[in-house]
Design a binder for this molecule. Structure first.
Ligand SMILES: Cc1cc2nc3c(=O)[nH]c(=O)nc-3n(C[C@H](O)[C@H](O)[C@H](O)COP(=O)(O)O)c2cc1C
Length: 195
């Protein structure tokens, strides 16, 4: 039995390919590990604010103001509670949607999810599996546009920085390319395999 955390970042609900793909990953995990539970954090509804001076100061303060940090603390707790984290990523302008970036700015916390206490950075989240469910109109897993994808490399880097290094990516891609778009969803869903 796994505790699954689904971080969703498309505002398109039932029309969203990243949500569809994330749900397929979750379904497969549940089949493999019956009784697994799911917590959903829809970052488009949560609307994490841009970091302002109150939040930045609170991250670094020794006396932590609970009211300022409430949403950030809850988002971090969800990560510590999870065994498996499934992150839905609609590619926007070759990168993450800002709702997902805002979530990242709330979970990358000095002394909580990473530390420089020993001089070198250490990620403080351990032994968790991460799946990325990326949806895009172009094709980035291979071919001439591969280097245009700034979403997956950044996510692998920043999640690794906080200790989440076991990452597998699935994609629904080519959704805007005739000849590929017709089967993009079906092929993306078929490729899903979990541990
Ligand atoms: C604002 C915006 C920017 C986009 N930028 C890109 C892009 O840079 N590259 C790409 O391949 N597709 C891009 N797309 C297409 C989306 O990635 C595609 O529609 C994807 O399915 C969105 O994910 P969703 O279906 O989960 O909402 C963009 C779509 C929107 C709305």
């Amino acid at each position: 039995m796994k505790k699954i955390l689904h971080i969703s970042s498309s505002p398109r609900g039932a029309a969203s390919s990243s949500i569809l793909l994330a749900n397929r990953i979750i379904e497969k995990i549940q089949n493999l590990h019956p009784g697994s539970t799911v917590v959903v954090n829809d970052t488009t509804e949560k609307d994490y604010p841009h970091l302002d001076s109150a939040l930045i100061n609170a991250y670094r303060a020794t006396e932590k103001p609970e009211d300022v940090l409430k949403d950030s603390d809850a988002a971090v707790q969800e990560l510590f509670d999870a065994d498996v984290i499934v992150i839905g990523v609609p590619m926007y302008n070759f990168n993450l949607p800002s709702a997902l970036k805002a979530w990242i700015d709330h979970i990358v916390r000095p002394g909580l999810t990473f530390s420089y206490a020993t001089g070198a950075p250490v990620g403080l989240l351990k032994d968790k599996k991460v799946y990325l469910a990326i949806a895009a109109n172009g094709v980035y897993s291979e071919g001439p546009m591969q280097t245009y994808d700034h979403a997956e490399p950044y996510l692998r880097f920043i999640l690794g920085f906080i200790g989440l290094t076991d990452i597998t990516t699935f994609r629904i891609e080519g959704g805007g390319i005739p000849g590929i778009m017709e089967t993009a969803v079906q092929k993306g869903l078929e490729r899903v395999a979990v541990v």
